[in-house]
Design a protein around this ligand. Structure first.
Ligand SMILES: C[S@@+](CC[C@H](N)C(=O)[O-])C[C@H]1O[C@@H](n2cnc3c(N)ncnc32)[C@H](O)[C@@H]1O
Length: 325
C-alpha cells in the first residue's frame, strides 16, 4: 500500500469514505496482477513446448502476437495476448486456433510458409504428378487452397488444366489471385466455408480431380471431416481422384512421453518433421486426435474406393482415394 493508503487505514477513514474501500481496492489490484502472472506463466510454458528452432520465424501465431504488441506499444497488448492464450487452454479441442480471416495473420503465415518452400514444394509437385491428367483438358479443385501453392504446381504440370482455388478466407484468396496471376483464365476462385453443409453450391463441378493440403485437419475430427469427404466425393467425376496432403494429428499432438513421440523426436536433419512447422502452435496437445487410420476409414465411408496412403513421413500423410467409376 502507498503511504497515503496506510495513513487512511490508520485514520480509520478516507476523505471520501471508509478505510475498507482502500483495502478492498488494493485487494482487487493484487488479484489483477495475480491473473496477469498466471497468464504469463501459462504462456511461457506454452512457448517452451515449441518444437521449432526459432519460434520468431517458425511460428505465425507468435509473430502475429508480437506484431500486435508492436502496433500497440504501451497498451496491455502483452497481457491481452497472454490472457487470450490462457483463455484457450482450459478447453482443449481438436480444432485449430488459426485466424484465417485476419489479413495480418494470413500474411504472417504465408511469410513463415515461404521459408519452408524448399521442403514443401517437392512434396506438392510429387503429389500432383500422381494425377492422370496429362493431355486432358482437366478441371481440378483445390480445397482450402490458401495462397495457391498446390494450384501453382498443378497449373505448371498440366498445361491443359484449369484449377479452381477454393478457400473461405478473403485474405488468402487475395494472395492466391496475385500469386497465380500468370496463369490467367486457367485459374478461378471460389469462397465457401467447409463447415457450411451447402459449401459445394459455390463450386462448378464435377471435377476430374480434387486436391487439398494442410486444410482438412483444421476442421476437427469425426463430426466435421466425414461430411467434407463425402461432399468431395460427390464433386468428382466417376473415376476421379482425390489427393489430401495433410497432417496426422495423433502424431503431431501426441503427449511428449508417448513411445512414438520419443521415437520420432530422434528424427533430425533432412528427415526431421518439417511438415507442421506452422501448425503445432495452433493446436492444443491432445491424448487422442485423428490419425491416418481414421482418415482412411472416413474416406471409405464417404464412398471412395482405392483408398491408400502412398506417402507418410512422421506427421505428414498423403491420402489418395478414387470415386468409383
Ligand atoms: C494451412 S493453410 C493451407 C493452404 C494451402 N492449402 C497450402 O497448402 O498452402 C489452411 C487453409 O485452409 C483454409 N481453411 C481453414 N478452415 C476452412 C474452412 N472451414 N473452410 C474453408 N477454408 C478453410 C484457410 O483459410 C487456409 O487458407
Amino acid at each position: 500500500m502507498s503511504l497515503d493508503e496506510i495513513a487512511a487505514v490508520l485514520r480509520g477513514c478516507t476523505e471520501s469514505g471508509d478505510w475498507r474501500d482502500v483495502v478492498a481496492g488494493r485487494i482487487g489490484a493484487i488479484g489483477t496482477q495475480l491473473n496477469q502472472l498466471h497468464a504469463a506463466r501459462d504462456y511461457l510454458a506454452y512457448l517452451l513446448s515449441c518444437p521449432g528452432d526459432n519460434p520468431a520465424t517458425d511460428c505465425p501465431k507468435l509473430r502475429h502476437e508480437v506484431n500486435q504488441i508492436a502496433l500497440n506499444p504501451g497498451s496491455t497488448a502483452v497481457i491481452d495476448a497472454m490472457s487470450e492464450h490462457s483463455a484457450h487452454r482450459p478447453e482443449p479441442s481438436i480444432g485449430a486456433h488459426h485466424d484465417w480471416h485476419s489479413p495480418t495473420y494470413v500474411q504472417d503465415w504465408i511469410s513463415a510458409d515461404v521459408t519452408h518452400r524448399e521442403q514443401r514444394r517437392p512434396r506438392l509437385r510429387w503429389a500432383a504428378s500422381l494425377l492422370p491428367l496429362h493431355d486432358l483438358q482437366a478441371r481440378v479443385l483445390d480445397v482450402g487452397g490458401g495462397y495457391g501453392e498446390f494450384a501453382g504446381q498443378l497449373l505448371a504440370q498440366f498445361p491443359h488444366a484449369t484449377v479452381c482455388v477454393h478457400d473461405y478466407s478473403t485474405a488468402m484468396l487475395d494472395h492466391a489471385r496475385a500469386n497465380l496471376s500468370e496463369f490467367g483464365p486457367r485459374v478461378n476462385f471460389a469462397q465457401a466455408d467447409l463447415t457450411d453443409p451447402g459449401w459445394t453450391r459455390s463450386l462448378d463441378g464435377p471435377f476430374d480431380a480434387v486436391v487439398s493440403a494442410l486444410t482438412i485437419h483444421n476442421l476437427g475430427g469425426a463430426d466435421a471431416i466425414p461430411p467434407v469427404y463425402a461432399a468431395i466425393c460427390s464433386l468428382l467425376k466417376p473415376g476421379g481422384w482425390f489427393l489430401n496432403l495433410d497432417l496426422a494429428l495423433n502424431v503431431l499432438l501426441a503427449p511428449a512421453d508417448t513411445p512414438l513421440t520419443q521415437l520420432y523426436a530422434r528424427a533430425q536433419g533432412p528427415t526431421a518433421d518439417t511438415s507442421h512447422h506452422h501448425d503445432r502452435h495452433n493446436h492444443d496437445p491432445l491424448p487422442t486426435a485423428p490419425g491416418l487410420e481414421d482418415h482412411l476409414g472416413w474416406l471409405r465411408d464417404a464412398g471412395f474406393e482405392h483408398v491408400d496412403c502412398p506417402h507418410k513421413h512422421l506427421s505428414e500423410m498423403l491420402l489418395v482415394a478414387r470415386r468409383p467409376t
